[in-house]
Ligand binder design. Structure first.
Ligand SMILES: Cc1cc2nc3c(=O)[nH]c(=O)nc-3n(C[C@H](O)[C@H](O)[C@H](O)COP(=O)(O)OP(=O)(O)OC[C@H]3O[C@@H](n4cnc5c(N)ncnc54)[C@H](O)[C@@H]3O)c2cc1C
Length: 279
């Protein structure tokens, strides 16, 4: 899987205000210097951010950078998903992240809809052939709802065999979990690029909440050390930058095909990491 020219990509979420949208334009301008393969935009399950995601994707395309919408299928009917796929196709989108998603509490569940990302991958392949480059999500530390590591690996393999072209991982802070995951899926005959998802750490309490809900582990030593800095954000950022940059360095040196940054509409930390890595 070693790549001579690792890919870089950066993830955004839909801005809620005109001011936020204008700020995103500046952020993307700053990140363009790293020649990203694409910018992506998240989408709330059940179509909750539909117009915001479409707007962001349209903005990215108008800036001349390939755009990748995230498409969580849960909570939507197949017809709604088809409609959205056609809309993206008409906008010139050629790359998407096929997801199951998590239904926000209080939102109705669509009984006729799809239950797993593999069904969405099948639908995209069946209806659109090779038009879309299909990414899927991967979990080096396993998905929090999986019954076992073995089950999760096998479902991942099934999702890839349904037609995925590459994968982006959930964030992690333990490079060994990534390498183990890649080895395990390769042993099962899967050789698609699996790009590590990188979370630059800006705020410890937010990160801890998010990590607990998505099953991404913060190593004990790092958690305790970050916790000990309390409100000292400068120290949190300094340590986190060192830890995350060292991990990215190792990931690329040992064969990761690229890095996908959970930039969260901010250029600063992702940009510093890219510079430290020599991009
Ligand atoms: C890079 C990245 C970006 C993301 N962006 C978004 C976003 O924009 N919006 C959003 O809502 N969420 C997003 N997520 C979160 C994701 O939607 C959640 O993690 C969700 O819980 C699982 O989605 P999935 O596509 O991995 O699901 P799946 O691949 O369907 O897996 C979900 C669970 O079901 C199990 N499973 C899979 N297939 C089967 C089967 N046939 N039978 C039984 N069990 C099965 C798996 O083992 C796993 O435990 C993102 C995640 C990543 C890694």
């Amino acid at each position: 899987m070693k790549s001579d020219t690792p890919t870089l990509s950066f993830e955004f979420f839909p801005a809620r205000t005109a001011e936020g949208r204008a700020k995103q334009v500046i952020t993307r301008k700053q990140l363009r210097q790293y020649r990203p393969s694409f910018f992506s935009c998240t989408s709330g399950a059940g179509g909750t951010t539909r117009s915001g995601t479409l707007q962001t994707i349209s903005d990215i395309i108008s800036e001349g950078i390939p755009a990748m919408p995230h498409l969580p299928c849960i909570g939507m009917s197949k017809e709604e998903v088809q409609e959205l796929l056609n809309e993206y196709k008409n906008m010139g989108v050629k790359h998407l992240l096929a997801l199951r998603g998590d239904i926000p509490s209080g939102l109705g569940y669509c009984m006729e809809g799809m239950r797993h990302a593999s069904e969405l991958v099948e639908l995209v392949k069946r209806e659109h052939g090779n038009h879309f480059h299909i990414e899927v999500a991967a979990y080096p530390e396993y998905h929090p709802q999986s019954r076992s590591a073995e089950d999760d690996l096998n479902y991942f393999v099934h999702k890839v065999r349904a037609g995925a072209d590459s994968a982006i991982t959930q964030f992690f802070f333990n490079a060994d979990s990534y390498f183990r995951f890649v080895d395990d899926v390769q042993r099962r005959g899967i050789n698609i690029p699996i790009v590590p998802g990188i979370m630059p750490i800006a705020n410890f309490s937010k990160l801890a909440r998010f990590s607990d809900s998505c099953g991404a582990e913060i190593p004990r030593w790092l958690r305790l050390k970050l916790q000990s800095y309390a409100d000292d954000t400068a120290s949190i950022k300094a340590l986190a930058l060192d830890v995350v940059t060292d991990m990215c360095h190792r990931l690329l040196a040992e064969g990761a095909p690229g890095l996908h940054f959970y930039a969260l509409n901010q250029a600063g930390l992702a940009s510093t990491i890219c510079q430290r890595l020599g991009f």
